[in-house]
Write a protein that binds this ligand. Structure first.
Ligand code: ADP
Ligand code: ZN
Length: 727
């Protein structure tokens, strides 16, 4: 560049790489780049999409300064979204570039959707008429533009007939603008007749959604009380105001019934957003959300980073669900970040749950959140009658896992032609295989876990890294044939036991690793809802949001399973999960039962479930957390150090510990070898940072990481603020 060329100006651009600040780029003189504009920029040897950030670019040596390549024809990322990205980055200690990357996950959507090519009648006649041509002309006679295949399909002819006509000038080619992905929802479409309780709740929510301003409401109602109907009214109010709405759901890919319900209420479906969406569809959703054509998105946690232009309400359904926590690259909790997003956008949030997280309950108790309670199920549907089966007193038969009490209840359910659900949160056939002769246990070569037998697939599988091997016949250690035994149950093994007891019943196993993926699961779930199975054996995916009208018995095979893992939230989690599972029973009003197989019937979780006394349970848990200064009364963060060798991981973890400043409000625990000491060939150590509620844990961690040696070689450090997992 010579000295006299016009001065280019320099702008900051957030690029999708682990950088803690935007990079500077030059902009050619005639080009306008507003903050938020999505750009293509050179980065090293490649080109990437980035976002024009705010303020002036830093001065850079003009020889190094590169020029932006392209400004996409795309709505800029709104300022509130840019502030949100910065906030999430600072809170989670993630590079803002990596958070911005989550908002740019649809590269092909940065260019406008190309118009579709269409055909329109010109008035010219074809040289020769046939019956097929007649039909095409009749269809197109309305003068509208048709797509080539749409016209062929409507006329019931092959494409070649249409092409033949076009070739003779009977049609001209025109451009049809891309169709909106979903129709506009109509807030007045199918308003439900609400009960007085629901009505009162709906009005309170409506008021909030109809006014300006940030605020959080916890909608706390038992399963089947009509929370969905009620928050639909808040959605209606937000739509009437011209806002877009985001509804977060933990298992959107599997809760297609939700889309139908939304359609019944609003006359149109919401746009879906989740990882099982085809790429083309994702791109259209992203684009139409940015342009404002899509008014409502029902999505998984990552929908929070969609580029809404007029977001006016977020609903987080099943707000307690652990699926809202992302534990990959940027560790964040979408429920908590929804509240932050709403604060930046100055609009309300609704958190709905039958078993709120302790965090949300305490926020409500302390007046930071409004709380609305729906105490009863709709239409006098009774809650299931829950009791514990004391496994010490009513043990299963030898080699089995089902107590005679549960087996008898299943028999009675079948006799009434109703459905039973057996819940066990363990995939596969058996969690451990061992050799009866030498005691050898089959372990994953890459992880410190046992291999899980999957009998249908005839494989031993690692649930952490995916390693799998054919089911062996001989012990690799002592060579003895046919002496390998499965230990403990998974859903497949329970199904086998059920088959022994009830050979004529139609039994289905449902777990997330089923062949055929999401599509197959959806079909199975529909079939179950329509009564096409008698007994369902399933993992937690059957617990979520499904409505099985004929389900009157829920048996929990191992109610103690989640209590033993040393996680401070173990009791809360177990209570939430088991409430949700047993809540699948009796949703259509028939008398229903839940049976919990447990070796500790006196445990507070079992007592709370059996007595239906959630309040006592919450009070006790809250008091305990307060005493231990655990969240929400204190703060936690984890540092997970991993490396190719155990020694490297340990030594870096110790170095972090040595770098930890000594302060009053914060303590560092560890390092300790992680319970999952080896995952996918990487050795892991953990440190836990524990602070009071007032402590600035982020600032503390920043200082610590700054003072510690930089990770070298294979060493990686992952920070997890508000950890949910302690493995
Ligand atoms: P929740 O979300 O609290 O579990 P839902 O909103 O799913 O409850 O309601 C449970 C069932 O009761 C659903 O099948 C729903 O259609 C029905 N229901 C709830 N309230 C009403 C109402 N006011 N009118 C008609 N059906 C309702
Ligand atoms: Zn593994």
């Amino acid at each position: 560049m010579n000295r006299d060329s016009p001065r280019k100006h320099v702008i900051p651009v957030m690029v999708p790489v682990p950088t803690d600040r935007p990079y500077s780029y030059a902009v050619p003189e005639a080009v306008e780049v507003p903050p938020g504009a999505i750009l293509r920029v050179p980065l090293g040897p490649r080109e990437v999409a980035g976002v024009a950030w705010d303020g002036d670019g830093e001065a850079v040596d003009s020889k190094k300064l590169k020029e932006i390549s392209q400004v996409f024809d795309c709505p800029p990322l709104p300022a509130e979204m840019r502030r949100f990205i910065e906030w999430v980055a600072a809170y989670t200690l993630s590079p803002p570039g990596m958070v911005a990357r989550m908002a740019l996950r649809a590269p092909a959507a940065f260019d406008p959707e190309p118009p579709v090519e269409g055909l329109r009648l010109t008035g010219n006649r074809p040289d020769r008429m046939t019956a097929a041509r007649e039909r095409v002309l009749a269809q197109a006679a309305d003068g509208q533009a048709w797509t080539r295949s749409g016209l062929a399909h409507a006329a019931g002819v092959s494409l070649s007939v249409v092409d033949g006509l076009a070739g003779q000038g009977v049609f001209e080619r025109v451009e049809i603008p891309p169709r909106p992905l979903v129709a506009r929802p109509d807030p007045a479409f199918g308003r439900a007749e609400l009960t007085p309780d629901q009505q009162a709740a709906a009005e309170r929510l409506r008021e909030k959604a109809a006014a300006d301003g940030f605020g959080v409401t916890l909608l706390d109602g038992v399963t089947g009380s009509g929370k969905t109907e009620v928050y639909f009214e808040a959605v209606a109010a937000a739509l009437e105001r011209g806002g877009q709405v985001l509804i977060l759901l933990p298992e959107i890919a599997l809760t297609q019934a939700f889309l139908e319900r939304f359609h019944d209420r609003f006359g149109a479906k919401p746009a879906e957003w989740h990882s099982d969406l085809a790429p083309k569809k994702r791109e259209r959703v992203w684009r139409q959300v940015a342009e404002g054509q899509v008014r409502v998105v029902a999505g998984a946690r990552s929908a929070l980073f969609l580029p809404f232009c007029e977001l006016g309400l977020i609903v987080v359904d099943e707000e307690h669900d652990p699926a809202y926590k992302q534990e990959d690259r940027v560790f964040y909790n979408a429920r908590d970040m929804s509240v932050v997003r709403a604060r930046f956008g100055d609009f309300p949030v609704v958190l709905a749950s039958a078993t709120p997280s302790l965090e949300s309950r305490v926020n409500a108790d302390q007046g930071r959140y409004d709380r609305i309670v729906l105490p009863a199920r709709f239409a006098e549907a009774a809650m299931p009658d829950l009791s514990a089966i004391d496994m010490r007193k009513a043990p299963p038969e030898r080699g089995g896992f089902l107590s005679p009490v549960l087996v008898e209840a299943i028999g009675q359910t079948l006799a009434r032609q109703e459905q039973a659900l057996l819940f066990l949160n363990r995939r596969g056939y058996a969690p451990l295989t061992l050799c009866r002769v030498c005691g050898h246990r089959f372990q994953c070569p890459n992880c410190s876990t046992w291999l899980v037998e999957h009998r249908f697939r005839r494989q031993l599988v690692c649930h952490h890294c995916g390693h799998n091997e054919a089911q062996p016949e001989a012990c690799p250690e002592c060579g003895t044939l046919d002496h390998l035994v499965p230990c403990g149950p998974g859903v497949e093994r329970i199904a086998e036991e059920v088959d022994r007891h009830f050979p004529d019943a139609r039994t289905i196993v449902l777990s997330s690793d089923m062949m055929g993926g999401v599509k197959r699961l959806r079909l199975e779930l529909e079939a179950i809802a329509e009564g096409e199975a008698d007994i369902v054996v399933g993992t937690q995916l059957v617990a979520k949001g499904h409505n099985f009208p004929g389900m009157t018995l829920v048996g929990v095979v191992d109610a103690d399973l989640g209590l033993a893992n040393g996680d401070p939230r173990a009791a809360e989690r177990t209570f939430q999960l088991l409430s949700q599972v047993t809540g699948r029973a009796g949703r259509s009003g028939r008398k229903s039962t839940g049976l919990l197989q447990t070796y500790q019937p006196e445990h507070p979780v079992m007592r709370a479930l059996v007595c239906g006394d959630a309040e006592t349970f919450y009070e006790r848990e809250i008091a305990e957390r307060e005493r231990a200064v655990l969240p929400p009364f204190g703060r936690l963060a984890a540092m997970i150090v991993s490396a190719a060798s155990r020694a490297e991981a340990e030594s870096h973890a110790r170095a972090l510990r040595r770098a930890a400043p000594v302060v009053n409000e914060i303590a560092v625990l560890g390092p300790a070898e992680a319970p999952l000491a080896l995952v996918a060939g990487r050795h892991r150590f953990r440190l836990l940072v524990h602070g009071t509620r007032r402590a600035d844990i982020q600032a503390y961690l920043r200082t610590l990481l700054e003072a510690a040696p930089k990770p070298r070689g294979s060493v990686r450090v992952q920070v997890d603020i508000d950890p949910q997992s302690f493995l």
